[in-house]
Design a protein around this ligand. Structure first.
Ligand code: SF4
Length: 121
């Protein structure tokens, strides 16, 4: 069973991208970078904000996810770095490097594919 953790931009999550629903829909439909889980048992176990600019707390926050979920025996088997962070974060490269250095599971760049071409169309 794959256990998926999404890491996104704290400034965007649930504020601009209301309810983080595009990531959830993308996961449920196995679209975007979640396409790799078609025909695979996979659960979404968390959507984690980077902790706000400049993302300095990301490693601590990842450790907190592990801590909070340990009593339930849940831990991520893969981390997806969300579209909001990948597309807009000026600190993306540093955050990505920290995540890849620490998590010990595959880190996939991107999440949902639902980017509007033209918001006034
Ligand atoms: S560090 Fe990047 S991902 Fe985090 S809140 Fe700031 S812009 Fe968003």
């Amino acid at each position: 069973m794959e256990k998926i953790l999404i890491v996104g931009c704290s400034k965007v999550m649930d504020n601009v991208c209301i309810a983080c629903s595009r990531c959830m829909v993308g996961f449920n439909r196995r679209e975007g970078t979640f396409e790799q889980y078609v025909d695979t048992d996979a659960e979404l176990i968390g959507i984690l904000g980077c902790g706000d600019c400049p993302g300095a707390g990301i490693v601590t926050r990842l450790a907190q996810v592990k801590l909070w979920n340990a009593p339930m025996g849940e831990k991520p088997t893969a981390v997806h770095v969300a579209t909001c962070l990948m597309d807009h974060c000026p600190h993306k490269d540093t955050i990505l490097a920290k995540i890849k250095a620490k998590v010990g599971v595959p880190v996939i760049e991107g999440s949902h594919p639902y980017k509007p071409e033209n918001i006034y169309a």
